[in-house]
Structure formats: C-alpha cells, structure tokens
Design a protein around this ligand. Structure first.
Ligand code: NI
Ligand code: MN
Length: 225
C-alpha cells in the first residue's frame, strides 16, 4: 500500500517502501498542519521548481534526515551552491531511477526562479513506487502532451493537480487535464492558500464528473492507494 498525504498547498508526503516528500513548503505555509521537524525519516525530496512555495523547507529537512534532493539540474546546482551538507540528484525531463524509485521528470508550463532570476525550468514528476503511479503536476497550465504521460507511464493511480488559477490551472483547465491524463483518482492542490488562488474544490469535482474520483483532502489527510 502507498499512502499519499496532503500537507497543504503543493506539499505531499508519499509513503511506501520509501518515504518521499514533494515540494515540502511548511514554514510559512498558511495551510500546513505539519512542521518541518515532524519529518525524521525521509529518503527523497522532489522539488518541482525554484519558487519559494515549492522549495520551502527542502534544505532543512534534507540536512537533518539525509534525504536526497531530486530537482532539475539547474535547481539542484543552485541548492548545492547555496547550502552545505546536502545531496542532490540533478536531472532533466525524462526517466531515471533513484534508490529503486522510478522517477520521470516531466514538463510543466510555468516559470522557475528565485523570484527574479530564472533557475532551470518548471517540472512535474511521475513517481512509480511499489506498483503505484503518482503524478504531481507542479505548477502548470494544462497542455495536450499530458495525454502522453498516460500513454507512456499510465495508468496513473492518482494525479495531484493545481486548481487555484492565477499562477496555475483553475478548475476548468484542471478538469481538462483529467480528461488527458485519465487518472483513477485526483487530489486538487495549490488553492486556498492566499487570496488570489481561492477556489471551490466542489466546482472542480463537478467539472470532472465521473471521469475520475476526486478526493478533496484537508491538510494532514491521507489517500491510500
Ligand atoms: Ni510557482
Ligand atoms: Mn506555486
């Protein structure tokens, strides 16, 4: 069994034979119910892009737990240059394997920067762990190539999709993404954290209809696969 725990905003913990964090933004995250220091054993931390609400507590958790940070090559170099005592796996769009976990870094239509200067490109991840396939879209708009993610790496057991609008897809675009990805289950994310991205996840559920099971998780809640 693989457990997917929503930590608020775009942060998730994926627990199976390995413990994986994606975009662990906890300190300063208005939705977070967990703190960075709550995570004591983590194997991998996947970072989708360099924005602060995604790198978040990555460095602190990696230093304390020894977790390897997986990120786009340029983002990994940026983290190593600015921090001592971390181990990174810099990659780019494509498949790899890290500590027995199959990871496919996929494109995302978004920027990636320290807030001013570009650092690599934005990405999402498809993670294959213990026979389950999890897609974390990162911050992105919908795009037709999402159909390839299903074709090449599907079936997707759960897709974690932003619905906040303003910086990413809103409910309408995310519902189109569900059509392309054909996941069994979907968890909406990246909404409600701040005023510009307030959305009603029930509108997303209505737009998805019977195309996938929509699981609206509160921070701290777990979906079991
Ligand atoms: Ni972003
Ligand atoms: Mn973001």
């Amino acid at each position: 069994m693989v457990q997917v725990r929503f930590l608020g905003h775009a942060a998730f913990e994926i627990v199976g034979s390995k413990k994986i964090l994606v975009d662990p933004f906890l300190t300063g995250n208005p939705q977070a119910t967990a703190r960075a220091e709550d995570f004591r054993e983590i194997d991998l931390i996947l970072v989708t892009h360099a924005h602060g609400d995604h790198i978040g507590d990555t460095v602190e958790i990696a230093k304390r737990t020894g977790a390897k940070i997986v990120a786009m090559f340029d983002v990994a170099n940026y983290l190593v240059e600015n921090n001592k005592g971390i181990t990174t796996v810099g990659m780019n769009y494509g498949p790899t394997e890290v500590d027995g976990v199959r990871i496919i870094q996929v494109p995302a239509w978004h920027s990636s920067s320290d807030g001013k200067y570009s650092i690599g490109n934005a990405s999402g991840y498809i993670v294959k762990l213990d026979g389950k396939t999890i897609y974390h879209a990162g911050d992105t708009f919908v795009f037709g190539d999402m159909a390839l993610f299903n074709e090449l790496y599907g079936p997707i057991d759960v897709a974690l999709l932003p619905i906040g609008g303003h910086f990413t897809m809103g409910p309408k675009e995310a519902a189109k993404a569900v059509e392309l990805l054909k996941p069994r289950k979907v968890i909406p994310m990246h909404y409600g954290s701040w005023p510009p991205i307030v959305q009603d996840p029930e509108e997303f559920r209505r737009l998805v209809g019977d195309k996938a099971e929509v699981h609206v998780l509160k921070p701290g809640e777990v979906l079991e696969l």
